[in-house]
Design a protein around this ligand. Structure first.
Ligand code: ADP
Length: 840
């Protein structure tokens, strides 16, 4: 049964065709049965009619023939009666007379085969004359015969037809037809009779064509006794019919009749026709056996029936075969439907008129149709929204689907698009279109397609990746070349070591610094021996904790400033080096050591330190010494003012104030300079919790914080770093102090101290919402005596940030300014995580 609604079901036309064929077969069956019935009943009817008509015709012919014979015999007898005289009857017959009468009688019998003999009898029944073919001159008496008695006893009777008797003259079966010779008083004086030739009539009825089971009977109607019969049956002669359908009819008094009855004798059903002889109580009955007249019809019917049955059987077989084919078709249809539904590809069938006849759910979904049914019946280019590779619609250009429908070639297309009916966007597809040619013409095509959007995207992505890779490769090659160049030309010695501390590469500078003839000569050797590495405390690397080994272990980059390598010739080379891990996929496979000989720099540094110390000494002494005369200038100016106070005019007093102010400011500047020169003096770093340093700084600034009514936020988690507590407190104090001083008058001052841990260092920030610093001034602000605002508006010496930079750098960090949100400034500085390298 076709139940499923779906793309794979039988199409309406297929279903109609199926119904039509079933109907056709049923109609054919009905028609055959009808025709057969018609022929059967028609054949039966006509056979029956023919049988009746045969029986009737024969009965008529026979009746007429017998009637005519009896009439002629009777008429002959009545011709004889007046010729018979009283003398003849009295037995006084001369031979001449006899000869004359018998000759006349004999003349009547000529060519009259129905009668055997004519005889004349006297009143006692004794023969007088006789003529005929059988013993004409036999002498006998018929006084004992019933027919004679009837004539004798019944004066009104003038004709008798006897039952079948054995003729006394003929000595054979005969029927006597007799007429009386009466006197005026109707007394019987004699009789004339005729012996009917039953054999003649028997052969007459035997010659009738009434079929093998046909029946002819000639019976008396008064007592129904048999006279003649075909087939002849001697023992039945003179017997009456006791039963049978005909008895009643014969007795009914009708002169003729017909009907189908079973025979009272042999029970065979026959079609009867009978006639009563006019003027004689004799009936002629002709019957044709149903079996006989139906024989040809039966033959015909049997033939027709066989043909019909054969035809019906053929139709049934055909129908069954069709059913089997249909069942197979249905199964195929179901499988097709399953395939269509399960297919990952879109499948669309198009008829020769370019209309969609079938589609599967994937096709509808891919092309944005609400259902498969929405596509069916549509023009294919409309349903698919087919766009050619050049972007034209398929109706404008050469469409592969149309071509295939025309030439039957299967085509595979990779670069065309269908369209999403829901949103009109093109859907790049790959499709195969194939067709089946029937008699040189295509009866439709099947398009199997799949959406290659994702593949296209993946391809594009892949192309981009390949392109990126190509660029990266080129960049890598360029970088490699640059790196080689850098390695070749670098003044720094660079060596690579593997995870077992063996040298795997070295640049010319490394060979040169360490006194090797070539970099190649160093390869494969253990690095501690090649480098002759000694730690800061002078121990050989193997004996202590070697930073290079540590990096190989933990992958951390280390910058070392105070260790030494040994030249090939045994010279100790103070070096500064950076060791960084070589990692592949997070696994340390070796390390790079970049080093330079700092012998020269050491000398310069020592020189610098010496001169710095001298300079500091000088600055200190100079400051001290400068402050002495400055104090004298101030105090003498004070004395002058007190002494001349009363006489001094306003202008002079103002000038005096300027001079005192200038001296104070000079003192301030000298003090600041002294402080600046002292930074970095303390050599031993100690752990300094920054939170503590910030808290002390804030405490020192309590008054200023109060004046500014500032909101201060200090983040949790400020680190503890190795350094100088006084300097770090000073650092916070200067930055927070500036933030309070350079606050924006229009908003409440807000200062936020934060921190963040980077890879190897801490990043500390001091953010305010004050007047801000223009980007161009941010570097300049750190210079000594650099001020960005007028002295009249904001008091200061312009050295605070210079001190901050010196403190930060002294602790191995950097300091810079960024803009803060809302117009303020953020001061950021880094502090090295771990030991602080003293750099003066
Ligand atoms: P001083 O504050 O004594 O002028 P500094 O060296 O501390 O000297 O600062 C240098 C200059 O940087 C200041 O004159 C000021 O113009 C600018 N400045 C410093 N801190 C800030 C700040 N938080 N907001 C705005 N400007 C600042």
């Amino acid at each position: 049964m076709e139940t499923a609604e779906g793309p794979g079901r039988l199409s309406p036309s297929q279903l109609q065709a199926r119904d039509r064929s079933g109907l056709l077969i049923v109609s054919a069956l009905v028609a055959i049965l009808g025709l057969f019935g018609y022929l059967f009943w028609g054949g039966y009817g006509s056979s029956h009619r023919e049988a009746l008509s045969t029986a009737n015709n024969l009965a008529t012919v026979l009746t007429t023939t017998i009637e005519a014979a009896l009439d002629r015999a009777q008429s002959d007898l009545r011709v004889f009666v007046p010729q018979i005289t009283a003398e003849d009857l009295a037995g006084q017959v001369s031979p001449a007379r006899r000869a004359d009468i018998e000759a006349r009688m004999g003349n009547h019998l000529r060519s009259f085969a129905a009668v055997l003999n004519y005889r004349v009898f006297d009143a006692q029944g004794q023969t007088i004359f006789g003529a005929g073919s059988v013993n004409p001159h036999a002498s006998f008496s018929v006084a004992d015969r019933a027919w004679f008695k009837q004539l004798h006893d019944d004066p009104d009777r003038d004709l008798v037809v006897s039952e079948v008797v054995i003729g006394k003259g003929t000595l054979d079966q005969t029927v006597i037809v007799a007429v009386p010779i009466r006197d005026g008083e109707r007394h019987l004086r004699g009789a004339v009779n005729a012996s009917v030739n039953l054999a003649y009539f028997q052969s007459l009825i035997d010659s009738l064509d009434i079929g093998p089971d046909g029946l002819v009977a000639v019976r008396r109607t008064d007592d129904l006794r048999l006279i003649l019969r075909r087939p002849a049956q001697v023992d039945m002669v003179n017997t009456a019919v006791a039963k049978g359908g005909l008895t009643g009819v014969l007795r009914s008094g009708r002169s003729a009749g017909e009907g189908d009855f079973p025979s009272g004798v042999d029970n065979v059903v026959r079609t009867y026709a009978f006639r009563i002889l006019h003027g004689y109580s004799v009936a002629v009955i002709v019957a044709v056996a149903v079996d006989d007249y139906l024989a040809p019809w039966r033959k015909q019917a049997a033939l027709g029936g066989t043909a019909a049955v054969t035809l019906i059987l053929a139709l049934v077989v055909l129908h069954r075969r069709q059913e089997r084919v249909r069942a197979r078709l249905r199964a195929m249809n179901r499988r097709l439907q399953l395939v269509l539904e399960a297919a990952a590809e879109g499948i669309v069938e198009i008829d020769a008129g370019y209309r969609v006849v079938l589609a599967n759910p994937v096709a509808a979904e891919t092309l944005g149709w609400p259902s498969v049914e929405a596509m069916v019946g549509m023009e294919s280019h409309e349903a698919l929204g087919h766009l050619l590779a050049d972007g034209r619609s398929c109706v404008e250009g050469i469409c592969s689907i149309r071509q295939t429908l025309q030439d039957g070639q299967t085509r595979r297309v990779f670069d065309e698009c269908f369209r999403d009916a829901a949103n009109g966007t093109p859907v790049p597809v790959e499709y195969v279109v194939s067709t089946q040619m029937v008699g040189g013409a295509s009866d439709g095509a099947v398009v199997v397609f799949h959406d290659i959007r994702e593949r296209k995207l993946a391809e594009e992505k892949l192309n981009r990746v390949v392109e990126d890779l190509r660029r990266s490769e080129a960049a890598l090659r360029a970088a490699g070349a640059r790196l080689r160049m850098v390695l070749e030309t670098a003044a720094e010695g660079i060596v690579g070591i593997d995870d077992e501390s063996r040298i795997i590469f070295a640049n010319p500078a490394a060979a040169h610094i360490l006194g090797w003839p070539s970099p190649e000569a160093m390869l494969g050797e253990p690095s501690p021996e090649i480098l002759g590495h000694r730690l800061a405390d002078g121990r050989a690397c193997r004996e202590g904790c070697c930073p290079i080994v540590a990096t190989l272990r933990d992958g951390e980059t280390r910058r070392i400033a105070n260790e030494s390598f040994k030249g090939r010739n045994g010279t100790v080379l103070p070096v500064e080096y950076v060791v960084a891990a070589l990692e592949v996929a997070g696994v340390v496979i070796g390390a790079i050591v970049a080093f330079h000989d700092i012998t020269e720099r050491r000398g310069l540094e020592e020189e610098l330190q010496r001169s710095n110390a001298e300079l500091e000494q000088f600055a200190y002494v100079a400051s001290h010494d400068l402050r002495q005369p400055l104090r004298m200038v101030s105090s003498y100016l004070g004395l002058i003012e007190r002494k001349l106070g009363a006489v001094l005019d306003e202008d002079t007093r103002t000038f005096m104030d300027f001079a005192v102010g200038g001296a104070k400011r000079m003192d301030r500047l000298i003090l600041d300079l002294l402080e600046y020169s002292r930074i970095g003096k303390a050599r031993q770093p100690v752990p300094v919790p920054l939170a503590e340093a910030a808290a002390i700084a804030l405490n020192n600034l309590t008054v200023a914080v109060g004046e500014a009514n500032a909101e201060i936020v200090v983040a949790e988690g400020l680190p503890t770093v190795a350094g100088n507590p006084m300097e770090l407190t000073r650092l916070f104090q200067n930055l927070i102090g500036n933030a309070l001083k350079y606050r924006a008058p229009e908003r409440q001052a807000r200062i936020e101290i934060g921190c963040r841990h980077g890879r190897h260092e801490w990043l500390i920030s001091v953010m305010d919402n004050g007047i801000g610093i223009a980007p161009a001034d941010r570097e300049r602000a750190f210079g000594i005596f650099q001020r960005l605002v007028p002295q009249e508006e904001y008091e200061g010496t312009g050295i605070g940030l210079a001190i901050c930079r010196k403190i930060v750098e002294h602790h191995g960090g950097r300091i810079w300014i960024e803009a803060a949100e809302g117009g303020g400034s953020t001061f950021l500085f880094t502090l090295r995580d771990g030991s602080i390298v003293a750099v003066t």
